[in-house]
Design a protein around this ligand. Structure first.
Ligand SMILES: Nc1ncnc2c1ncn2[C@@H]1O[C@H](COP(=O)(O)OP(=O)(O)OP(=O)(O)O)[C@@H](O)[C@H]1O
Length: 260
């Protein structure tokens, strides 16, 4: 017997996940001084997306980012980068994963003062013994608009230029995921906007996956998605966030539970 029902449409392919967190818990201290920095956090960070992690001070943002970036370990739960669960990797494999699959941008730039901008950008590849792909290097340098500053040392660059060097350094090895911890925290609003546009372009034009911790609703407005933490838990989320929506959630999270 033939069915008159239309053939079922194939289900859309699930978006690839760059990093996956499952039931991640991390505590500091003990007894009365125990702090639950992460309390059963589960989260998927989708490939090719720009995600912001926000929340009040002490809500666990940096701890989450450090655990995801293999800079720290949780007490229990799992963190996957691509197909690999970090808890199952030995130190040498973790070092390789950090070097080959993860890019970092810190609030304080973390450039090597004795190296030029170009040497700083190429340092992760040099350490890995990899040759730079000249075409890709040129694309990254074009994107960060540093072509005329490559021979300068960090102290000869503005804060915004130094942070653009740090973004280029994070992008040049084409990592699976870039983690940025308050990348605009030390910058004036114009330089901050340049860095945010650069991260946005790396997602739109290069397909980069970027995860950024920020306190700034304007910065969050550049992202595809915001994940809000409160007391070590995922408490809210927004897609295609506007500054106003972010402010509204932040105001709600800042209020004590008992507020009228
Ligand atoms: N090394 C540590 N020892 C003890 N407690 C810690 C340590 N690191 C973080 N904590 C605590 O864990 C909790 C989460 O800290 P975390 O730095 O992840 O928060 P955050 O959301 O990034 O805060 P902020 O926005 O202020 O940077 C806080 O209560 C903090 O005091």
């Amino acid at each position: 017997m033939t069915s008159s029902l239309p053939a079922a449409e194939p289900a859309p392919a699930p978006a690839p996940v760059a990093a996956r967190v499952r039931h991640l818990t991390k505590t500091y201290g003990a007894g009365a001084a125990l702090v639950r920095a992460l309390d059963d956090v589960s989260l998927d960070l989708l490939a090719g997306e720009f995600t912001a992690v926000m929340g009040p001070s002490g809500s666990g943002k940096s701890t989450l980012m450090h655990c995801c970036a293999a800079l720290d370990r949780g007490d229990s739960g799992e963190v996957w980068i691509g197909e690999r669960e970090l808890g199952r990797l030995r130190d040498a494999a973790l070092t390789r994963l950090r070097r080959d699959e993860i890019g970092f941008v810190f609030q304080s730039y973390n450039l090597v003062p004795t190296l030029t901008a170009e040497e700083n950008i190429l340092l992760p590849l040099a350490i890995a013994g990899r040759r730079p792909d000249r075409e890709w290097f040129a694309s990254v340098i074009g994107a960060v608009r540093l072509g005329d500053r490559l021979r300068h040392k960090p102290e000869e660059l503005s804060g915004g230029q130094q942070q653009r060097v740090a973004v280029a350094r994070a992008l040049v090895s084409r990592p699976r995921i870039v983690f940025a911890d308050e990348p605009t925290g030390n910058l004036d609003s114009r330089s901050g906007a340049e860095v945010l546009q650069l991260l946005r372009r790396s997602v739109d034009e290069f397909g980069q996956t970027v995860v950024m911790v920020t306190h700034d609703p304007v910065a969050a407005g550049y992202t595809d998605r915001v994940v809000f933490l409160g007391d070590g838990r995922v408490v809210d989320g927004l897609r295609d966030p506007t500054r106003e929506q972010v402010l509204a959630v932040m105001a709600r999270l800042a209020l004590p539970e008992s507020a009228p």
